[in-house]
Design a protein around this ligand. Structure first.
Ligand SMILES: C[S@@+](CC[C@H](N)C(=O)[O-])C[C@H]1O[C@@H](n2cnc3c(N)ncnc32)[C@H](O)[C@@H]1O
Length: 304
């Protein structure tokens, strides 16, 4: 539906201010927490929050709380979203203010990536123990085997394979398996694990979930197990994972439901405190994945 003249004025007013335009340009790159926006813009939280409130009221950005943090992303769809996309598209990418913001955002991202990679390098050897702190591993793995089905799979791709547990669990049902991870330390452990399990057709490769460089529709089982909550742009990771799924194949995503264990951000580098079914369903629908099956597993009694 077209915008009314009044709505068009609201959209233009909201976008028509230097800081708010910068915020829109930043959110077009990735969803961001308020404090991250403050750092990039070099403005106080009350000031940035005021801008964000106006942008949200005009329907240009969407606010979503995540534990004690609040994230924002562009609303994207609809006439207002198209006006913003068109506007941003018409701005010179070499504009010095936007270039400086992009550089600061790169620095924020690099800090996050360094902290995460340092965390995974430090904890690679203890990963199986850390993983089982949250939910009963046995229950998760039973549910994974049930959801994946017996196969046999022609090609299994495990994105963010870590110490390779999904490969040793599902690899025996696959002719070929590939585990991809950003951390060399994790990959080293995974290599030992798959060798110990005697999985000959299993390859481990250094790579990024956001750009796997794997061919379209090349796997009949793609797994993303306990990875999305570390990522700056989980929607983009789901998109890349979905791209790899062959017709009739499956994408298996395992992650936390929304929770409030804020210490996981500080101590374990989580970025998002879980995902709602609705958010996940939207990402799957955006990538035309159908026949969605959701299974929720309760936390262990002590963590509830
Ligand atoms: C919590 S571990 C999960 C590992 C494994 N899937 C499991 O369940 O045991 C998350 C893994 O994602 C990897 N990772 C994080 N960001 C990544 C990225 N952008 N691309 C590929 N792997 C990534 C980390 O290095 C880490 O090994």
């Amino acid at each position: 539906m077209k915008l009314s003249a009044g709505q068009a004025v609201d959209v233009l007013r909201a976008a028509g201010e230097p800081s708010r335009l910068r915020i829109l340009a930043l959110l077009a790159r990735e969803e961001l927490a308020v404090l991250e926006l403050c750092r990039v813009l070099d403005q106080s939280q009350p000031r940035v929050s005021r801008h964000l409130k106006l942008l949200a009221e005009a329907g240009l950005v969407e606010r979503f709380p995540d534990g004690a943090w609040v994230f924002y992303r562009l609303r994207g769809a609809g006439q207002a979203g198209e006006v913003v996309a068109d506007l941003l598209d018409r701005i010179d990418p070499a504009d010095p203010v936007l270039v400086r913001d992009a550089e600061r955002l790169t620095a924020v991202r690099a800090e996050r990536a360094d902290a995460a990679s340092e965390y995974f390098a430090r904890n690679a050897a203890r990963w199986d123990e850390i993983r089982s702190l949250y939910v009963s591993e046995k229950d998760v793995e039973t549910a994974i085997l049930k959801a994946a089905g017996q196969g046999p799979f022609r090609r299994l791709v495990d994105l963010g394979t870590g110490a390779g547990r999904m490969l040793t669990l599902l690899g025996p049902h696959a002719d070929q398996a590939l585990g991809l991870d950003l951390s060399q330390q994790m990959l080293n452990i995974a290599r030992n694990q798959v060798a110990e399990a005697g999985l000959e057709g299993c390859e481990l490769r250094h790579g990024d979930i956001f750009g796997t460089r794997l061919p379209d529709a090349s796997a009949d089982l793609v797994v993303v197990h306990q990875v999305l909550h570390y990522l700056a742009d989980p929607a983009a990771a789901v998109k890349e994972a979905a791209r790899l799924v062959a017709p009739g194949g499956k994408l298996l995503i395992v992650d936390f439901a929304p929770h409030n264990l804020e210490f996981l951000r500080e101590q374990h580098q989580h970025r998002r405190l879980g995902f709602s079914d609705a958010e996940m369903a939207r990402w799957l629908a955006d990538n035309t994945l159908v026949h969605v099956h959701v299974e929720a597993l309760p936390p262990p009694a002590k963590a509830a």
